[in-house]
Ligand binder design. Sequence first.
Ligand code: KIV
Length: 303
Amino acid sequence: MSTTMTAPEILARKGGAKIRMITAYDAPTARIADRAGADVILVGDSVANVVLGRGDTLAMTIDEMVYHTRAVAGTAPHALVVGDMPWLSYHTSAEDTVLNAGRLVREGGAEAVKLEGGRKRVPMIEAVRDAEIPVMGHLGLTPQSVHAMGGYRVQGRKAADAYELVSDARGLADAGVFAIVLEGVPDLLAEMITAEVAVPTIGIGAGAACDGQVLVFHDVLGLGEGRLPKFVRQYADLSAVAVAALERFFEDVQSGAFPGEDETYHMPEESAAILRELRESAGTLPGAGLVADDLLADEAMER
Ligand code: KIV
């Protein structure tokens, strides 16, 4: 039996047990996600916002995504590791797309890649699939299109726009993606797409009808900054826990309570005695080369 989740297994979850997906960007977050039972770990380009302090995802490069993907995949999680393709790594040609997706797999250790956009991405998706790399689609509020969308806005609120997104979802499914992320769309639209396509949908701000859900690690655990989007449910306030722990550490440093006996190394008693004797005879520790040879010879004899 396989010990790691695969893209075909995720595809087979259509209409079955809900798919549990979370982002992670480094080894500690990947280990936590995997221990908690994630089916899919997405090394999202949201790393730009939540880890690197950038205003949007557009500055992420394929080199940076490979770097973060390698950190996650290096923990050998049970979950499927999906590497996010950054902006402009799949827009210029099918050939560039395959080479960049291949870097996420070969250098980063990803087992699948994700890219944003609808029917116009079909040639790229087919090319990547031809290279035997599973592809996850991403529709709706696609953050890499922030300027084209005029901001981070819910997509598909109007019937005509919603219909376009249904057609996009059909196009992606026909092109062979193994799952589609639906981000920032009304619940009715997500429900219709979910019913319409034979591949699982994974929602983020897309209501409860999707075949799975994904959120950003730092949002779920309270490690982010600023106001959270409406669709996030924060399950812990780890920033507060971390600040309180560090405050206690700093108090202990200040008071001298840290380090204690258990956190301290000691030298063998004979060596300590030699050092004390040296200091006492000279009033201070002599400089290098001035130490009486016979004293240090005593220590050599002890070994
Ligand atoms: O980059 C990311 O984290 C994502 C998820 C929000 C789906 O694309």
